[in-house]
Design a protein around this ligand. Structure first.
Ligand SMILES: [Mg+2]
Length: 119
């Protein structure tokens, strides 16, 4: 059984497009904020990759990333960012994210990135 992908994004539209792109190939868990995501991580040890938005209302993606890295330092996290936050995404990479994807993304871009991380 392949590993699960945890999606964290406050926008329903983004969660739905990631589900359309990845849902046939991977097992997805969709969450809308950092608290939900951290909760899922506790209960689903078979998560192999996290795709996470940067701009979220409660905890932002960098804060959630820091929490995740404290507990799961080797778990790959790919940030999803608006083009206005590309600098923040670069900062996330310094904090341990293994890359980022800029919105609006293309499906082959997502598939390629996910494939390269999960191989
Ligand atoms: Mg957002």
């Amino acid at each position: 059984m392949s590993k699960k992908i945890l999606v964290v994004d406050d926008e329903l539209g983004v969660r739905e497009s990631l589900k359309l792109i990845l849902g046939d190939h991977y097992n997805l868990i969709l969450t809308e904020d950092g608290a939900q995501a951290l909760d899922c991580l506790k209960n689903a040890p078979d998560i192999g990759l996290i795709l996470m938005d940067i701009k979220m209302p409660e905890m932002n993606g960098l804060e959630v990333l820091a929490e995740i890295k404290k507990v799961y330092p080797t778990l790959p996290v790919v940030m999803i960012t608006g083009y206005k936050c590309v600098e923040t995404a670069a900062e996330a990479v310094k904090l341990g994210a293994c890359g980022y994807i800029v919105k609006p993304f293309k499906s082959d871009e997502i598939l390629k990135k996910v494939k390269s991380v999960l191989k």
